[in-house]
Design a protein around this ligand. Structure first.
Ligand code: GLN
Length: 312
């Protein structure tokens, strides 16, 4: 088995960078454009706290869909598993992440799971706080606490663009209002919270810390404080394994074999039980919304470091 080192990480980035050519950078997110097409940054933090990093690990891009993991952690902590999974299912889906048609026929018109857009919007209605401001403050403070990275901050420009380009998400929220999954007030507030959490800037280091927080069963890796109950973190990791890479999740469960979550800015967070957190930034994504080179990095790491949880 390969030994972790910065030189090994450089090798991985070098081998996977050519795959950036197979994807495309999304064109409407401020801060992301073609000049980042070949970027690839990877950071690993082991359970013992060793940090290994390579490539463009100094870039920061918005959280996008990785926000869904944070929203779900909060909702589970605030309302518990029964309430959360009355509003959203826990089943994978073969539809695209922003599908509206799959809300038509699933039980009670619930979203299939909390890691697709409809599911995250529904889950965002289950975060405690007197106002959207207060709910968002709780979420960003939580993220800043577990990452202790000052580059993790709200990006107003991205938020404005999420609102401007949010027609599909508004449709999802209003559709759920029409079927009674959300009240009108819940729909408006959940959408706003969802847009805001999508707009938090994140780095590969911060993503690796988030991964470590998950492998550490909800304890802050620096202070040891239990911030989210372990049973909720276990639920989130199970759903990340089955649904974290959208309609490519099955492929990743087979080829990589540990909990993951991706976002359209090309970031991915990975949580390898007992071993490490992984943060990847690779903005060239495929049609399903996943970083192409990032996916290749995960396959290589899983293979060389024997990270697949089903490994014999
Ligand atoms: N902001 C994007 C959206 O809401 C995030 C989607 C994603 O990362 N897959 O559609």
């Amino acid at each position: 088995m390969e030994k972790l080192s910065n030189a090994f990480m450089e090798e991985v980035v070098k081998a996977c960078r050519p795959y950036t050519a197979q994807g495309e950078v999304i064109d409407h997110i401020p801060g992301l454009d073609q000049s980042h097409a070949t970027d690839l940054g990877v950071t690993i933090i082991t359970q013992k706290g060793e940090v290994y990093s390579a490539g463009e690990d100094d870039c920061s891009f918005s959280l996008q869909s990785i926000s869904k993991v944070i929203i779900l952690l909060m909702a589970l902590e605030d309302f518990g598993k029964e309430v959360v999974f009355q509003k959203v299912g826990m089943e994978p889906t073969d539809d695209f992440f922003n599908s509206i048609s799959n809300l038509e026929d699933y039980e009670g018109h619930r979203p299939f799971n909390p890691l697709i857009n409809s599911g995250a919007i529904a889950t965002a209605s289950l975060v405690n706080g007197a106002s959207v401001d207060e709910r968002f403050d709780r979420i960003i403070s939580f993220l800043q606490t577990i990452t202790s990275d000052e580059r993790v901050k709200f990006n107003e420009e991205v938020y404005q663009s999420e609102i401007k380009n949010g027609a599909r998400n508004r449709s999802l929220a209003y559709f759920m209002e029409s079927t009674g999954v959300l009240s009108n007030q819940e729909a408006e507030e959940a959408l706003d919270l969802y847009y805001r959490v999508n707009s938090i800037d994140i780095t590969s280091l911060a993503l690796a810390k988030l991964g470590c927080f998950l492998t550490n069963h909800g304890r802050n890796i620096e202070t040891g404080d239990q911030l989210i109950q372990a049973r909720h973190v276990r639920t989130v990791k199970a759903i990340m394994l089955t649904s974290g890479m959208y309609n490519e999740s099955g492929t990743y469960a087979v080829e990589v074999g540990f909990p993951l979550k991706s976002g359209v800015s090309g970031s991915i967070v990975g949580a390898v039980p007992g071993r490490m957190g992984i943060g990847i930034i690779g903005p060239s994504i495929n049609k399903k919304g996943n970083s192409v080179a990032g996916g290749q990095v995960l396959r290589m790491l899983s293979d060389k470091l024997k990270l697949n949880i089903f490994h014999d």
